[in-house]
Design a protein around this ligand. Structure first.
Ligand code: CP
Length: 305
């Protein structure tokens, strides 16, 4: 394993499998009545969040605490960042407080990479701009593996706002490493120009791809990152690319539905599909804690007690 986790593309197949297998072992520990392990006692994990988050921020905090690390939660809102303090000076301040690992979410693609040059501890990318979200891809792969078994040859369809999605890029990279076959489905306006270089197929026709999918992962339409009209209307988007009850019926009986959250219910996914027994959305949140425990454990070199 590298010292940092910045891109899913940095993970060799053995690294990715080690994280998934370690998470599986840690999941067994989480089923005990006493869930806490002494593994990272005396180590400090700093959660540095410059962008809003519910799932990622809380699960990294829960993961570090379950491993007995000391946790410092830093949110840009209410900090000296609002007085103009730079990322580098913020990082050096946290470094002076003895951070062994810095978990960073930032609106700028590449911010975790820059941070890794300034701090001695491990840097974990918790989402940078429209670039990557590697622990989301790991928890998604873990969730798929728990439902479907080995991912080799599995057909994964990722649908929606790929252009603004760090989740899509990290998933494509990790799933290709794990041997899955990924198809992206989106309107042409919501695909990055570089998508032809990604290790996946592209389709514009969701209805033709659904019957061949083992996994259908819906992406949030990221309205807050849109500065132009990428589709005629929300209704039109939903009609062409939304997963409603009729489309859900076209999927194979064993196929699962995923969404990284937060969801726009009624837009990219119908509420009854999101809440169905074949949806893994709630499991993904729980698995997020386990995967982040595995990442912190492996990066900080703990031992499972
Ligand atoms: N999936 C995800 O990253 O959610 P949050 O923005 O709530 O962390």
């Amino acid at each position: 394993m590298n010292r940092h986790l910045i891109s899913a593309g940095d993970l060799a197949k053995d690294d990715a499998l080690l994280i998934l297998d370690t998470a599986e072992e840690l999941a067994r520990v989480s089923e005990r009545s006493i869930k806490k392990l002494p593994t990272l006692r005396g180590r400090t994990v700093v959660n540095l969040f410059f962008e809003d988050s519910t799932r990622t921020r809380i699960s990294f905090e829960a993961a570090a605490k379950r491993l007995s690390a000391d946790v410092i939660n830093f949110s840009a809102k209410g900090s000296s960042v609002s007085k103009g303090e730079s990322l580098k000076d913020t990082a050096l301040t946290l470094e002076a407080m003895g951070a062994d690992a810095v978990v960073i979410r930032h609106g700028s693609s590449g911010a975790p990479h820059r941070l890794a040059n300034w701090v001695r501890g491990s840097v974990v990318n918790a989402g940078d701009g429209t670039h990557e979200h590697p622990t989301q891809a790991l928890l998604d792969a873990f969730s798929m593996r728990r439902r479907l078994g080995n991912l080799e040859g599995r057909k994964v369809t990722i649908v929606g706002d790929v252009l603004h999605s760090r989740v899509a890029r990290s998933n494509v990279l990790l799933l290709a490493t794990l041997g899955a076959e990924v198809t992206l489905v989106a309107p042409p306006t919501l695909l990055p120009v570089s998508v032809g270089t990604w290790p996946c197929e592209v389709s514009y026709d969701l209805d033709s791809v659904l019957p061949k999918s083992d996994v259908v992962m819906m992406l949030r339409v990221q309205k807050e990152r849109m500065n132009a009209a990428y589709f005629p209307s929300e209704r039109e988007y939903s009609r062409r690319y939304g997963l409603d009850r009729e489309r859900f019926a076209k999927m194979p009986d064993e196929a699962i539905v995923m969404h990284p959250g937060p969801m726009n219910r009624g837009m990219e996914i119908a509420a009854e599909v999101a809440d169905s027994a074949r949806s893994t959305i709630v499991e993904q949140v729980a698995n997020g804690v386990t995967i982040r425990m595995a990442v912190l454990y492996l990066l900080l070199g703990g031992e499972i007690a």
